[in-house]
Design a binder for this molecule. Sequence first.
Ligand code: BJW
Ligand code: ZN
Length: 250
Amino acid sequence: MMAADQIPTALVDRLRSARRVAVLTGAGVSAESGIPTFRDALDGLWSRFDPRELATPDAFIRHPARVQAWYRHRDRLVDACAPNPAHETLTDFYARFESFSLITQNVDGLHRRAGSEAAVRLHGSLNDWRCFACARPAPPPDVRSETDVPGRCPICRGLLRPGVVWFGEPLPPDELDRAMEAAATADVFLSVGTSGEVYPAAGLPEMARQQHAFVAEINPQATPLSAGMDAVIRLPAGRALPAIARALDS
Ligand code: BJW
Ligand code: ZN
């Protein structure tokens, strides 16, 4: 049975009785704000690169100015975008449920800008630049193209990197602990706008399911996680999450 706007009634019922709710978000929640996902082709100057190949320590070591310029380009793009109804509805969830945990893989800061300051940021933040050599925080470098001189640490002259987690790097341990605790104790766990391919984040819904949470996916496309879900909503997050809030109010 579906409630209005294709929200499964089983999900609405479970959310009504849930004490602990956790949500994992990915790039899809920011897609309706105009921020491309990792699967979207890049535009303009960046069209010949694969975003997932730029997000590695190896790419940074081989082409530091290219990687710095790409992250500064994304900074400017994010500054020009605003949170959408998906981010806003998730912020309202803090007041709606007895315990609510928002876990994001996104580095764009849009959950915080929507008022979810407590969001767990598993993959860091685009804003917090630091030195690759000495780890001291530093202002973002003014690097706009791969032919510019790469930005360096004012103290030790090491290369500057964005405060994000690249492939092969460990996630911030406190954030990962908070995310695993939220997944393991959730009554309902929602996976929203993520391809479910990047671990350890992609393991959180299964962790929740094994601890008897009701797990649901919001994504217009099927993912490797879909088969393990109790419910799937094939709608954009900016439509599905407000529809869930309306169904809970009705
Ligand atoms: C919509 C929508 C709309 C569109 N509404 N939806 C276990 C098994 C196999 C491999 C591994 C494993 N454990 C670890 C690994 C290795 C690796 C990994 O997972 N590899 C796989 C790819 C195979 N993981 C790691 O390396 C991690 N580190 C680690 O495990 O360290 C261990 C260690 C311990 C001790 C010492 C050393 C190491 C780190 C992973 C870091 C990922 N980093 C990135 C870049 C961050 C910086 C940046 O932004 O540039 O994080 S990669 C990229 O992928 C980014 C994202 O956060 C992440 C996930 O992507 P996401 O969000 O799912 O986006 P997309 O684009 O893939 O999907 C978007 C989805 O939205 C699609 O499904 C659309 O349909 C949907 N959508 N519009 C709703 N409107
Ligand atoms: Zn330094």
